[in-house]
Write a protein that binds this ligand. Structure first.
Ligand SMILES: Cc1cc2nc3c(=O)[nH]c(=O)nc-3n(C[C@H](O)[C@H](O)[C@H](O)COP(=O)(O)OP(=O)(O)OC[C@H]3O[C@@H](n4cnc5c(N)ncnc54)[C@H](O)[C@@H]3O)c2cc1C
Length: 322
């Protein structure tokens, strides 16, 4: 690993200033992802700005608008939070489905949302690719069984976070802090497809970092279902987040978002349309087909199409209380 300087800012403003002014500075939460990349030689930031030293950034609190979750709150605390489990059950489930207990004890919400992709070619210093500033995508003619079947090209990564799809489904807002103050945006707008920005999966201006995520409670029923190769711990091969307002077996308002199948959390409005016009207990099969429509598998990942159908159907049945 290359040498780097470590900074412990005392306030959010200090952190933003350090991130902007120190050349090659990078924010660090729990370090689960970033230190791995540094050890693999994929990234070599000269300065690490430790967000966990900023007091209060780990707060999880109920507000007039819903729940505000600070960026350095750890995943284990979200998974075990009784208030979140009651008001936002899909979010608590998603936090509990991340990785292992050790990683959930170390990983932060901000780090989970801004973690980098897990494509083998991106993660290996032995391969160049467009995402690392090189050219082309070795996965197109190579190992692509875990990669995208929606929204891919010219890079085919899948979005790795389990929190992001459910937060998009719940219509959460991200609060970003920067050297010129703060701004907030719908979390769906934070993420960008590789066709728009191949070098990074999200939009942060110089010096900006995630300060908090605010989650409304307007969609009181929510679920996260995840299929993975190894059930003890693994990233999603396909995941389905649904958040809904359900009245007498009918969805009045619903958002369905897939994880693990596209470079960003992938909203499937076709499935939502089916859910809005059918009785919830009858909708699983048709909505699942609608969710998988338009998939464009690569040479090795057509198995993700039936996985999507299965995971969406399971999520709908869970939402219906079956
Ligand atoms: C074996 C293994 C299995 C895993 N399985 C899963 C899984 O099933 N589901 C899943 O969702 N994840 C999984 N992960 C990923 C893991 O959850 C993330 O690595 C972890 O959540 C990152 O959090 P962190 O605080 O350690 O981030 P860090 O490593 O500190 O940071 C990650 C990235 O985010 C940036 N960053 C950190 N905080 C902020 C912030 N507040 N604002 C802006 N940028 C920020 C950093 O600069 C860095 O680029 C797995 C990881 C491993 C190693």
């Amino acid at each position: 690993m290359k040498p780097f300087a470590w900074w412990d800012p005392a306030t959010g403003d200090d952190a933003a200033r350090m991130l902007k002014d120190k050349p090659g500075a990078q924010a660090i939460g729990g370090g689960v992802d970033l230190l791995g990349e540094m050890k693999e030689g994929i990234r070599a930031p000269a300065h690490l700005v430790n967000l966990r030293s900023v007091p209060g950034l780990d707060r999880v609190e109920k507000t007039a608008r819903g729940w505000r979750i600070g960026a350095t709150a750890i995943l284990a605390d979200l998974a075990a939070h009784a208030g979140l489990a009651r008001d936002l059950p899909g979010l608590a489930e998603a936090a509990a489905s991340v990785a292992t207990p050790q990683i959930r004890n170390q990983g932060t919400v901000g780090g989970n949302l801004a973690q980098r992709p897990r494509c083998w070619y991106y993660r290996s210093a032995e391969f160049g690719c467009a995402k690392k500033g090189g050219t082309g995508c070795p996965a197109e003619d190579g190992e692509n069984r875990a990669l995208a079947i929606f929204g891919g090209g010219p890079c085919h990564i899948v979005h790795p976070s389990d929190l992001a799809p459910i937060l998009v489904a719940l219509d959460a807002r991200l609060f970003l802090r920067g050297p010129d103050g703060g701004r907030d945006l719908p979390i769906a707008d934070f993420y960008e497809l590789p066709s728009k920005n191949i070098l990074c999966e999200f939009t942060l201006r110089p010096g900006e970092f995630i300060e908090a995520v605010e989650v409304p409670t307007a969609l009181p029923r929510s679920v996260w279902v995840k299929l993975r190769e190894r059930d003890s711990f693994d990233f999603a091969l396909a995941g389905c987040a649904i958040a809904a307002e359900v009245v007498e077996n009918r969805c009045r308002n619903v958002r369905v978002v897939l994880g693990g199948v596209a470079p960003v959390p992938w909203r499937v409005e076709g499935a939502e349309a089916v859910l809005l016009k059918s009785a919830l207990t009858d909708a699983a099969g048709t909505a699942a087909k609608a969710a998988a429509a338009g998939a464009k598998p690569m040479s090795q990942n057509a198995h993700k199409v039936p996985l999507i159908e299965a995971v969406v159907a399971r999520a709908i049945r869970r939402l219906a209380g079956e």
